[in-house]
Design a protein around this ligand. Structure first.
Ligand SMILES: Cc1ncc(COP(=O)(O)O)c(C=O)c1O
Length: 338
């Protein structure tokens, strides 16, 4: 168990976990959901033969609560996280909860942990991590009978600590397979990415660029984030593939790029040998925010991206919506009034 620090010491410390007061737990047993509850413990007691431990039967989400200067709290596109969580749980043969219930649980947990939400600061927020795991003993490969939904929060800053210089390297390893689980947010994709991430970091790079698992010629993702590039003729290009996790940040940026910056938005194959058409490249996600990529190296050849202007404009508009600094004309915000 993480030691509980004095509350005044719990501040965002990059993208690292710090125990807050409450965790939400809801169990599925005897074929039905039990009443959920807030727990002050961030440990659980489960069978050593649980399917989540042996067969990776689990799914999770990641979203943030933002403190607004009027004291209210914003959840950003929480229904989209709920939808993706339902897809991920279904793909892993786990029970689901409704979009409304997902939202209700998160609102309850954020309110209970309100003292940990960082003060309005455009790079800090309360990170929310819903997780579903198969629990209970099962030896043969197959879905469990019992499950636990656990939601944890922690204050965070940016995922990348040096936004000015994010150098990426393509990796030979894949995070997901063709027709595998790349399009859902499940632990197995992350387990298989660990080796790739450590290998590129050992070579001094900040993150790994995953290529398509079938041909290794097209960009899929940048670590735990989506990729987008801005071409010299001002098009927002982002890859489309069934093994990419559909990022809610990327989806929002596509709308903003079109509406605010008048960019043409295209989802298409992004060939790793054709990066010269981009003046900018970026990684985007709830954790990654919008992180301009300074270079991508592939098979010894480095492509450098000198400008980041459009990426930073997109970031500014998205952040302003998340912190209610400009109107939310797309109805993306769920307000929590404390
Ligand atoms: C593999 C992967 N791709 C993309 C993203 C970005 O998705 P989102 O913008 O919904 O956070 C994430 C983070 O959740 C991720 O883990």
């Amino acid at each position: 168990m993480f030691e509980q620090k004095e509350d005044y010491m719990i501040k965002a410390n990059g993208f690292s976990y710090q125990k807050c007061e409450y965790v939400y737990i809801k169990e599925f047993k005897d074929n039905k959901w039990q009443e959920g509850y807030l727990s002050t413990e961030d440990t659980i007691n489960i069978s050593v033969m649980s399917t989540s431990l042996h067969y990776g039967q689990q799914a999770f989400e990641g979203l943030k609560a933002y403190k607004v200067s009027d004291g209210s709290i914003n959840l950003f596109r929480v229904k989209e996280n709920a939808k993706r969580f339902i897809k991920s749980c279904s793909r892993m043969m786990m029970p689901v909860i409704s979009e409304d219930e997902f939202t209700k649980i998160i609102v309850e947990l954020v309110k209970a942990n309100k003292k940990y939400i960082p003060e309005t600061n455009k790079s800090e927020a309360l990170y929310i991590r819903p997780l579903m795991i198969g629990v209970g003993p099962k030896l043969g490969v197959g879905p469990s009978n019992d499950y636990m939904l656990i939601v944890t929060v922690t204050p965070v800053g940016a995922y990348f600590n040096n936004l000015a210089k994010t150098r990426c390297l393509t990796t030979f390893y894949d995070r997901a397979a063709p027709n595998g689980t790349g399009m859902v947010k499940v632990g197995p994709n992350y387990g298989s990415s660990l080796y790739a991430l450590s290998s590129v970091k050992a070579l001094g790079y900040n993150d790994a660029v995953f290529l398509d698992p079938l041909t290794h010629t097209k960009i899929e993702e940048v670590g735990a984030a989506n990729f987008f590039g801005i071409t010299y003729d001002n098009k927002y290009i982002t890859p489309k593939s069934d093994s990419i996790l559909p990022s809610i940040t990327n989806d929002s940026l596509k709308v903003i790029a079109r509406d605010y910056l008048n960019l043409e938005v295209i989802e298409e194959d992004v060939y790793i040998n054709d990066l010269k058409r981009f003046k900018e490249a970026s990684a985007c996600g709830t954790g990654a925010l919008i992180t301009p990529i300074s270079s991508i190296t592939h098979l010894g050849e480095e492509t450098v991206f000198l400008t980041h202007d459009k990426s930073l404009e997109l970031k500014e508009i998205l952040t302003n919506i998340q912190y209610s600094l400009i109107p939310d004309k797309y109805n993306w915000i769920t307000k929590i009034i404390l």
